[in-house]
Design a protein around this ligand. Structure first.
Ligand code: HEM
Ligand code: HEM
Length: 178
């Protein structure tokens, strides 16, 4: 029997790719802003980073809700147990980071009383500036950013490995014919 690997739902696939593109952009703009000198270019880049970060947070919340209400397709039995476990742990960590990263970024800006706009619309400052708590979220955003970058690289390497092995795993996250 030919093994037609089951795939993720269309909603899960579309959300995965929209969020993946936006997160790759956020990791790139986040790190690039670190090396840019203070000035208009940096301010504009960080403003764009914040807007896209809030936008992706909306998609992520929908995705987490979808994931909790839809079982992903089981991996074929040909995938060794240790790979099934590590894929599960890695995916869980990616979901956790998709939540921690935008929340820590927003709280760091909010508690630092740094303006946050959503594509030009100013989000009200609804909490007072707090220099005691802000560093926690600022540091979380940085450390989680490093971990996120490393895990995304591992994730992409695993996807490429499966694609090269032509074992049908990468197809699970693609639309179209098998
Ligand atoms: C999934 C969403 C996000 C990802 C993957 C992401 C990633 C990153 C990374 C890798 C950096 C560079 C490391 C650092 O300086 O911390 C960064 C910087 C930054 N991010 Fe985000 N970010 C996200 C969402 C947000 C949001 C929603 C906000 C605020 C509303 C935000 C605000 C910032 C700011 C202000 C910096 C510059 C930090 C500084 O140098 O003071 N980020 N981000
Ligand atoms: C950059 C941000 C990305 C994030 C945060 C991310 C996150 C995730 C998560 C959480 C899953 C598990 C889905 C679930 O079981 O609910 C997943 C699956 C998958 N991702 Fe990504 N991904 C990203 C980028 C990519 C890229 C660039 C590729 C391809 C090169 C890719 C290929 C895949 C594949 C093939 C699967 C399905 C794995 C399976 O069948 O078990 N992802 N991704």
């Amino acid at each position: 029997m030919s093994s037609l690997t089951q795939r993720y739902t269309t909603v899960a696939i579309v959300l995965h790719w929209v969020i993946a593109v936006l997160i790759l952009g956020l990791l790139a703009t986040g790190w690039y802003s670190e090396i840019l000198p203070k000035g208009d270019a940096r301010t504009n880049l960080v403003m764009l980073h914040k807007s896209v970060g809030l936008l992706v947070f909306g998609f992520i919340m929908i995705r987490i809700f979808w994931r909790l209400s839809h079982q992903p397709p089981a991996l074929p039995a040909s995938v060794p147990a240790w790979q099934q476990t590590s894929a599960g742990l890695l995916h869980f960590a990616l979901y956790a980071l998709m939540f921690i990263q935008p929340v820590s970024g927003y709280l760091s800006s909010l508690l630092g009383a740094k303006p946050v706009t959503f594509f030009g619309i100013l989000i009200p400052q609804w909490l007072e500036k707090n220099d005691a708590i802000r560093p926690f979220f600022h540091d979380t955003h940085k450390v989680a950013g490093i971990v996120f970058t490393v895990l995304v690289v591992i994730h992409i390497a695993a996807a490429i490995k499966h694609q090269l092995a032509k074992d049908g795993i990468a197809q699970r996250m693609l639309l179209g014919a098998h």
